[in-house]
Design a protein around this ligand. Sequence first.
Ligand code: NAD
Ligand code: IPM
Ligand code: MN
Length: 360
Amino acid sequence: MSKTHNIAVIPGDGIGPEVLREGLRVLDKAAALDGGFSFHFTSFPWGCGFYKEHGQMMAEDGIEQLQFFDAIYLGAVGYPGVPDHISLWDLLLKIRKSFDQYVNLRPVKLLEGAPSPLVEEKRNIDMLVIRENSEGEYAGAGDRLYRGQPEEVALQTGVFSRKGTERIIRHAFEQGRRYGKSVTSISKGNALQYSMVFWDEVFAEVAEEYPDVPSYSYLVDAASMFFVLDPGRFEIVVTSNLFGDIVTDLGAGLAGGLGLAAGANINPSRKYPSMFEPVHGSAPDIAGKGTANPLAAVWSASQMLDFLGEEKWGSAVLRAMEEVMTAGSPLTPDMKGNATTEDVGIAVAEALQKPGAHER
Ligand code: NAD
Ligand code: IPM
Ligand code: MN
């Protein structure tokens, strides 16, 4: 009997709907080729357009509506006309936090055929950044005092709990053990003497429980330099919410650009749905032109396939992407091509082959 994966789809704003359409095309193609599973997609019209009409970013009971899906597939959130801190906090961050998606998995891996500005280190870019996704610098704790007055003060407090810090670091070591990879912590204990010294202490404690997993610790400034000069030294990287946000855009720049970078927001206990989305935003500068690169959304779909237990198809999607990139066409302008979003989606769907026919 064929099983059905129930997926909530939130196309969102700007290029979100454009790139997600291609990800859905590839998912449907995988299901059709397999024959053993299918997708049931339910689309939600939430985002900045919805806000303009209803004064809120999602339905009042939006979180309840989402909670029984097997996964959430999201495009991007944010558009000029709605302040970013409202659009993001009331939709994307609300979902990540409500569903305790505390692990943000962001591969920084140079796929075959993908462009990179690095020449010498090109083949040595293969890391998995595990970003803390529930608290830290993005906990949302703070205040604005004396608004508009000369003595105005803004406070934004980092929140690093033992539970939150330990679980993300432990998750990284579990992955290190599972895949035989080293784990590197990125922090900033020299300047942030409370939060990051605590982070470093927890990292050292947890590392002791995994003597079989090589571990390293870097300050974020130096780590950023080594991302560029010697990316091969990083395998699994674990870092805080803010640093993870920044170094994964840097990583995206090294491994094909933002049009290719994918991310998964995981609730490891599976009590709540996990969410899959490109790392990039709504790209208002190119929205509506049909030229956005859908490969990041397609890679996120591959991560979703892995999560749903269809790992062979997750890998097959990456191979199909590599085939298109290696052929050099069709590719969107960010990858020096002149194809449309749709051309690329169709090409990846066509390149997709049933696993087994074409194993590497
Ligand atoms: P952005 O990622 O949207 O765009 C940065 C640059 O990369 C732009 O020049 C854009 O054209 C380019 N780019 C991004 N994705 C691309 C793709 N698929 N193909 C080709 N080029 C691509 O970041 P931004 O401009 O800083 O933010 C725009 C909006 O998106 C803001 O409202 C921001 O808050 C929001 N945002 C949302 C998310 C999210 O939903 N996960 C992530 C980042 C930013
Ligand atoms: C990302 C985005 C978000 C984040 C923003 C839009 C809140 O930049 O997913 O990288 O920092 O988490
Ligand atoms: Mn970001």
